[in-house]
Write a protein that binds this ligand. Sequence first.
Ligand code: PBG
Length: 334
Amino acid sequence: MRPTQAPFPHARFRRMRKNAALRGLAREHTLTVEDLIWPIFVSEAEGAGPVASMPGVDRVTVDGAVKAAERAAALGIPAICIFPYIDSALKTEDCAEAWDENNLSNRAIRAIKAAVPEIAVMTDVALDPYNINGHDGFVRDGVILNDETVQALAKMALAQAEAGADILGPSDMMDGRIGAMRAVLEANGHRDVTIMSYAAKYASAFYGPFRDAVGASGALKGDKKTYQMDPGNTNEALRLIERDLLEGADMVMVKPGMPYLDICRRVKDAFGVPTYAYQVSGEYAMIKAAAQNGWIDGDKVMAESLLGFKRAGCDGILTYFAPEVAQKLRDGVL
Ligand code: PBG
C-alpha cells in the first residue's frame, strides 16, 4: 500500500536528504562485502600475467589462486569463482580434459580448499575452455549437441565436487543439465554441493574481454546464439529460472548484469530465491577504461554500479571489482 503523501510544503523530500545522518537512516539498500563473489582466471605459469582488456586483472597460477583466496578471506569476501585458461595443446574435440580430476581447475579447487577452507569455491561447468572450437558444448557438423554435452557436464560437475567445490556454476545453457548434475551429485553422496545455475544467460557482446582472458576468442567459431538467450526476451528468462529451480538449482543467476537489471527484478519478484547477477568482463572493462581516461570517477561508478544490483533485488554479484571494492568498503572510502 502506498503511504499518503502530504502536499507541498508539508512534504519536502529534501528534509530527509539534509545530511549524511538522515540519508543513512533513510537508505533502503547497501552494498556489503558479503554480497561479493570474485571471479579469477587461473593458468599454468606460461599463461600467467595481465589481461590486456581487463585493467587490474591478472591470470594467476594455482599458487597465485591460493594467495587470491587468502586475500579474499582476509577482506571477508565469501566466495571465489575459478575460470581456467587452458593450454591450446589440451583443447580437443572430445573435451576430455574437462572432467580430468587433475585438470588445472580441479587442482586449484583442491589447493584453495586446503589452504583457505572457509572460502566458498565456485566453478564453471561448461566445455568452452577445453573445446577446440571454443563452444560450450560438443559440436557436430556445425551444430551444438545438447544431450551429449549434458552427459559430459555431469561428469565435469562430479569431478569438481570431488575436488571440493562448494558451488557449481553451469554456464553452458544446455537444456536439462541442472537435473543431470543434481542426479549425479546425489548418486555419489555429494548432498551438500550447491548449484548456481546460469539460468538467464544472454548471447551477449559484453563477454569479449573474458574470452580473451581464457584464451577462447581465437578458438570460437561462429556465435553462441543457438544456446544462449536472445537479448530481446524477458518471459523466457522466467521460464528458464523456474525450470532450473524445479531441476534442483539452489541459486540462480542473470548474466550480463547492468543491461539486464529488469530481469533481476522480475526474477526476484517472481520466485524470491537466492538471485545473483554477473557483472561481466565487458562491463568491468568499460568502467575501467573510462576511469583510466579520467572521464568518470572510477571508484564512485564502481560502487554505484554494484549498488544497482542490490536495488534490483540481487542477493549477490559476481564482479571483477570484488577485491578492490571490498578493500575500499573496509577503508571507508566509498
Ligand atoms: C563460458 C563463459 C563465459 C563467461 C563466463 N563463462 C563467456 C561465454 O559464454 O562466451 C563470461 C564472463 C564474463 O564476460 O565476464 N562458459
